[in-house]
Write a new protein. Structure first.
Length: 609
């Protein structure tokens, strides 16, 4: 009963922390103050709460082994016991029948810190999935796929390169640090440095992207940074898992068998996780397409939410990575399942995941501040911390500038120097790096990684996140860009607009009037395989999984007519028929308008109007 009351009070404290953050955000938005973002505010308030917890309880020296006193013939049985041995704290959760009551000199302090320390699995299984799913579900597909080659390069090659650079630099600093090390049991090898590099390579520029959205920054910069951060998180998580498997499998300094096993694990885990996420999205899309559950929006939204979350849990249960699974599940749910939802569910799902993303992110950042003072196993080393900041800075530069140079060799829309500088500046660390670091703090080296990661997150969120607006101004990056206007410009060939004749306009209008797909964006910057994928998706996948696209009878051969009729819904046929009727009407109207124009152009008086 006492534990239940304490847990309720602690949760109430975190809810009050979130409410205080939200009210402060409202004041900042009302006053248009951008020098600190809500994530930075959550960290500040968390630090304040952590200080209160740390210094409001009476501390004492932890008892040494053998100083535990027992009191018999009592009905109180402890649920856990803390024992300090050789300056290491051990937690025993087994109830002791022969020692019903344990007394420590600092029992209240230990209780308070234990209650304020959440299980790391809470962050990984409960709070992270909504954040990652929302990133995929809210993806701006047009600009994302226009820059897909660059995004994949930064996310995959850039993340691996960043981990290698951080690991190499940190190995030099760790070698320096070991000179002054007095603990003979402390070891920190090159693989540990690579593990730390993979952890801090997970970027999370949520603060910068929020400012981008508010100021309507150049869409290409927004797409590059957002796309990199979305895929970068997935790559970093799989990379951490692969390095840990290599660490547990190797038997010497370098084991080629363990190395290739870890490399195969990286590829297999990524592809397997993607397959699970895609399968969950396909099942959900078909379920909503071929059933009438859309008549009950609450049930429809509930199934959508649970199926998406199940993709994460299933991937974790079979040994893959749930973050990769739920990310691609969100992308495919937005591309296919969203078209099958009712109007109410479309709005409800967007609002639901936006709300969950906001609360989960701010809760994690708030807890980061609390954990700075309540986490009882911090290990700070000045040399390691200094080396980590240097390594993060150098690795970000090695990621952005060389890869941008190589990408510009094949891009028509070049990544300008100012955009490169902004991407370099926007390499913040956040929730993913924190969660990866806190999952394993069982050794002194892992505790040192966690403490240093916390400091990196604090610095990048406060300094880099708070300086985003000033950096945009200093770099003269375009703001106030309307995405709809950009799409319209991309859909039309404005370069030749002033040189076209009236007859050319007439022919273009006649051609476009028979095309039921509307203005299509150019794919000149996209690779050929994505052009072919777009055609395949439009002609086959969308008609199978959604009510959109042309009926399969128009794409498949006549011998497949029974299959086409089975997989194409009546709603798709009705939509296609309406589009054809609208196109014919528009063609007749445009033909009549141009007919009148040509008669005016060649009037009887020979004068041109």
């Amino acid at each position: 009963e006492e534990k239940h009351r304490t847990d309720s009070a602690n949760l109430l404290l975190f809810i009050a922390l979130l409410m205080l953050t939200i009210f402060t955000i409202w004041i900042f938005k009302h006053k248009r103050m951008r020098f600190i973002h809500e994530t930075g505010l959550a960290i500040v308030y968390g630090l304040i709460i952590g200080v209160i917890i740390k210094y409001s309880t009476v501390s004492g020296n932890a008892p040494q082994m053998g100083n535990v006193t027992c009191k018999q013939n009592t009905s109180v049985v402890p649920s856990y016991v803390y024992v300090n041995y050789n300056n290491s704290n051990y937690l025993f959760t087994r109830q002791l029948s022969d020692c019903p009551q344990i007394k420590f000199t600092n029992q209240e302090l230990q209780k308070a810190r234990k209650y304020m320390t959440f299980d790391p699995e809470l962050f990984f299984n409960i709070l992270l999935p909504p954040i990652i799913f929302h990133a995929g579900y809210s993806l701006k597909k047009r600009h994302f796929f226009r820059n897909i080659g660059s995004i994949l390069t930064f996310a995959f090659i850039g993340t691996v390169l960043s981990a290698l650079v951080v690991g190499s630099i940190m190995f030099g600093f760790v070698s320096w640090m070991m000179v002054y090390n007095t603990d003979p049991t402390f070891t920190f090898g090159f693989v540990d440095c690579l593990l730390f590099g993979a952890i801090v390579s997970a970027t999370d520029p949520v603060t910068v992207l929020a400012v981008f959205k508010e100021l309507k920054v150049d869409v290409n910069l927004d797409a590059l940074l957002f796309g990199e951060s979305v895929l970068n998180d997935a790559v970093a998580i799989v990379l951490v898992s692969s390095i840990q498997k290599y660490q547990s499998a190797r038997s010497s300094v370098f084991d080629s068998g363990a190395f290739f096993s870890a490399l195969g694990s990286f590829i297999g885990v990524f592809l397997g996780s993607f397959a699970i996420g895609a399968l969950a999205a396909v099942i959900t899309a078909c379920m909503f397409k071929f059933t009438k559950i859309c008549h009950y929006p609450v049930l429809e939204t509930s199934i959508f939410f649970l199926m998406s979350w199940s993709s994460f849990l299933l991937a974790e249960a079979v040994g893959f990575t749930g973050i990769v699974s739920v990310l691609f599940c969100g992308v495919l749910q937005a591309h296919y399942t969203y078209n099958n939802l009712s109007t109410e569910s479309k709005a409800r799902t967007k609002e639901l995941f936006e709300l969950l993303n906001f609360l989960a992110e701010n809760f994690i950042f708030g807890y980061m501040g609390v954990a700075m003072f309540t986490f009882s196993h911090h290990h700070f080393n000045a040399i390691f911390i200094f080396g980590a900041f240097v390594a993060v800075l150098v690795s970000r530069a090695c990621n952005i500038y060389p890869l941008s140079f190589l990408l510009n060799l094949g891009r028509k829309r070049k990544i300008s120097r100012n955009i490169q500088h902004m991407m370099m500046f926007a390499g913040l660390r956040g929730a993913i790096a924190f969660t990866l670091a806190i999952r394993n703090t069982c050794t002194t080296g892992k505790q040192m990684m966690f403490s240093t990661t916390l400091l990196i997150v604090f610095f990048t969120v406060w300094v880099l996140g708070g300086g985003t607006t000033q950096m945009l101004t200093w770099l003269n990056i375009k703001v106030g860009v309307d995405e709809d206007d950009v799409a319209a410009v991309e859909a039309l060939d404005l370069d030749h607009q002033n040189t076209e004749t009236v007859n050319d306009n007439y022919q273009r209008c006649r051609t476009s009037s028979t095309d039921d797909s509307g203005p299509q964006p150019k794919y000149a910057d996209s690779a050929w395989m994505f052009k072919n994928w777009y055609k395949f998706d439009k002609n086959y996948l969308k008609p199978i999984l959604t009510h959109a696209g042309p009926p399969l009878s128009a794409s498949l051969p006549s011998c497949c007519a029974p299959v086409a009729n089975c997989l194409t819904s009546p709603r798709a046929y009705a939509v296609s028929q309406n589009l054809d009727e609208d196109s014919d009407a528009d063609f007749i109207l445009n033909d009549a308008n141009f007919g009148g124009s040509t008669s005016q152009l060649h009037g009887s008086n020979g004068r041109t109007t």
